[in-house]
Ligand binder design. Structure first.
Ligand code: HEC
Length: 208
C-alpha cells in the first residue's frame, strides 16, 4: 500500500468517526413532548379492529347497522318473521300468536333444553324457578327478580306468544334475544318452558 493511500484511508476513518459522534450527540434530546417518528408503523403495531367502533360513522354514511336484523327479514332456514313491533300494542296482541313449534322430537327437545340453559338459566335458574346464579334470592349481582317460569301463576297463564314477544324484545330489566337466538330457537325455548310447566303440573307428559 502506498503512503498516499494509507493516509487517504485514515482520513476516511476519521471523517466517519466524527460523523458517527455528531450523529449520536444530536440524535439524543431531552424533548419529552415529541414521540419521534416510527418507520413503517403498520408493521410495528397491528391495526386495532374494535367491534362496533364504527357504528356511528356508518350511520353518518346512511348505513343503518345496529346489530338487529332488519324488520321483516328472515334468515336462511329460519321461520317467518314475527309480525308485532316492540310496543304496547304488540305486547297486548302477542297472546294471539300460536307457537309454530307444537312438538319437538327427542333431539330438538334436548337442543331446546340446551338453549334455555345457555341463554336463560343464568337468571331464571336451571329449574326455571327464577332463582339463577345472577339472582340467588336477591344475593346475586342482578338488580331485578327474574320471573319464576315454573310455578308463578302469571307465567303459567302467560300465552306462548307473549313469552315469545318478551324474549324477542326484552322486558324491563331483561334484555332482548333477537340477535342471539333465531326465531325458531326462541319458539323452541318457549315450547320448552311450557312443556316444563305441563310436566310440573302432572300434565301432558306424552309430548316429551
Ligand atoms: C339477565 C337476566 C335474564 C336473562 C338472561 C333472561 N331473563 Fe327472562 N326475565 C328476567 C327478568 C328480570 C324478568 C322480569 C321482567 C319484568 O317483568 O320486570 C324476566 C321475565 C321473563 C319472562 C316474563 C315476560 C313477561 O312478559 O312478563 C319470560 C317469559 C322470560 N323472562 C323468559 C326468558 C327466556 C326464555 C330467557 C332466555 C332466552 C330469559 N328470560 C333470559 C331476567 C332475565
Amino acid at each position: 500500500m502506498s503512503l498516499f493511500n494509507y493516509f487517504r484511508m485514515k482520513k476516511i476513518t476519521i471523517v466517519f468517526t466524527v460523523f458517527i459522534v455528531i450523529l449520536s450527540v444530536f440524535s439524543c434530546t431531552n424533548n419529552t413532548e415529541e414521540t419521534g417518528t416510527t418507520y413503517m408503523p403498520d408493521m410495528a403495531y397491528s391495526r386495532a379492529y374494535e367491534t362496533y367502533a364504527t357504528t356511528e360513522n356508518l350511520l353518518e354514511k346512511g348505513i343503518n347497522y345496529n346489530a338487529t336484523p332488519v324488520q321483516g327479514t328472515v334468515a336462511r332456514g329460519d321461520m317467518s318473521a314475527y309480525i308485532y313491533k316492540n310496543d304496547s300494542f304488540g305486547y297486548a296482541n302477542s297472546k294471539s300468536i300460536k307457537n309454530p313449534v307444537s312438538s319437538l322430537d327427542e333431539k330438538d327437545y334436548l337442543e331446546a333444553t340446551r338453549l334455555f340453559l345457555v341463554n336463560c338459566a343464568i337468571c331464571h335458574g336451571d329449574k326455571l324457578d327464577g332463582n339463577g346464579p345472577l339472582w340467588k334470592t336477591g344475593d346475586g349481582p342482578f338488580p331485578a327478580a327474574p320471573r319464576n317460569l315454573i310455578s308463578d301463576p302469571v307465567a303459567i297463564a302467560m300465552a306462548e306468544g307473549t313469552m315469545f314477544h318478551s324474549v324477542t324484545y326484552g322486558k324491563n330489566m331483561m334484555g332482548s334475544f333477537i340477535s342471539q337466538l333465531s326465531t325458531k330457537q326462541r319458539w323452541m325455548i318457549v315450547y320448552y318452558i311450557k312443556q316444563k310447566q305441563r310436566l310440573a303440573s302432572g300434565g301432558d307428559v306424552a309430548k316429551n
